[in-house]
Design a protein. Sequence first.
Length: 525
Amino acid sequence: MNKLITPRSVKLVVTVSFIALLGGLTWSTLQWLVTIDWPREDYSYAYFIPFVIAYLVWDKRKSLGNIPLSTSWAGLDVFLPGIAFYWLGDLAGEFYTQYLSLWFMSIGFIWVMFGKRLTRALAFPLIFSLSMFPFPSFLSNQITLKMKLISSQLGFSMLKMLGLSAYREGNIIDLGFTQLQVVDACSGLRYLIPLILFGALVAYFYHSNTWKKAFLVISSIPLSILTNGLRIAATGILFKYWGSSAAEGFFHEFSGWFIFIATCVLLSVEMKILSMIPEKNLPMETSRRHDTPDMQPSDISRKPEHAVPSVHSIMPSFIILALLASSLVVSHTVNFHEKTPSAIKLETFPMNIGPWTGVKSSMRQDYLNTLDLSDYLIADYRNTNGKTIDLYIAYYESQSKGKSIHSPDTCLPGSGWVFTESGKVKIPLDDSNTRMLSVKRSIMIKNGEKQIAYYWFSQRGRNLTNPFELKVYNFWDALTRQRTDGALVRVITPVSEEEEIQQAEARLVGFVKLVNPVLEGYIPK
């Protein structure tokens, strides 16, 4: 009977059990990844990543076959954070945290079951696999915004260099006869990440000094941004002759692919040029397809293949299986469903607050689809002196997976507003200054116009100003209160030429004092 219980058979049974338990625990996460995140245009390249990883592992099959299998307790140090990330992501409603959980748990299991040497040999494919996971929404929005602004600035500069009359506001380029808006699809993000990955693959197979490999990877970033700016400039030129067809349809898709291929060609040329530079102290190594790890006497297992595995050697793998099984049971038996509190519809929000009279307006449907909020209010209030304040409230019944509040920091700069000052301040809510409200304060300028903006996140009785705080409290409140509801509140007032910043700010503070008690009746605590 013992001949049937060999180390390899035990590892096979444990591995199959691990895959089954991990799949059951993360099934909804994997479904979201494949059906929601990967189809997004910025991340459609991710469909190819599993095949690339499979090839990278197959490419090292001979060297991997020569590595003696072993068991390592050290892998638990990687696996345990994976379990913690799972519960953090599940309760806080953040898919990227669950993606990291899947990654950490997989690496921890490989380390435990097959040892440090094999895990180290798979280091590049394992690190490369992180590219399968799209960035969290708040980070993706920030990157996309920066890319749009950089790309529009480059496109604008190129158009000016070519002698065309153009004017830029944020991510909008005015050509006189038309306006080009650098939207998310033109931000360059969907080309930047694949090009960085392509550069990493080229560097991995490039037999050269480390600095040359690093240069290849890093240079893919400015190359991608530069070529995307060129694409925007070309669109502006062709728009004059071809009209809107130059910015959409076949030409838009073709120009994107052309830019990607052109950048890949530039990376190849760059590699040829780097190859001409003399290399010093280049380590001797054989082809990656046939490399064989240095064998040490201690690496050779002296245990016969038919020997029964010891309790000490199989204990860490059983700990992993036990943690996965218990997490799977708890996730399907304990009720972590959110409690959605009842909230008064914002359409009933009063339009008369003290000396202020408001007029409501609506938001475009494409914006509503992007924000994915539960309720909102946009109202322009005017006082008897003709001064105006814009009030915006975005309410979310749940900030669960795939949903999150969008910070004004990610949208206002895209419309051309430049932040000259930005920081956290406290404003009084009563005349005695005993009650204070923390807000994010920004002074913005656009075309000579100046505005002051306050915003804060009203989250279940807390007023926050940092998006990262939202994730922490979402996790804690989901765990202890089964709630992740909350709202963004933003107020903006223009600063006229005849008044000082202090006067406009006093007006904004006075309005917040009046509106805050009203808000408390509409945003659940």
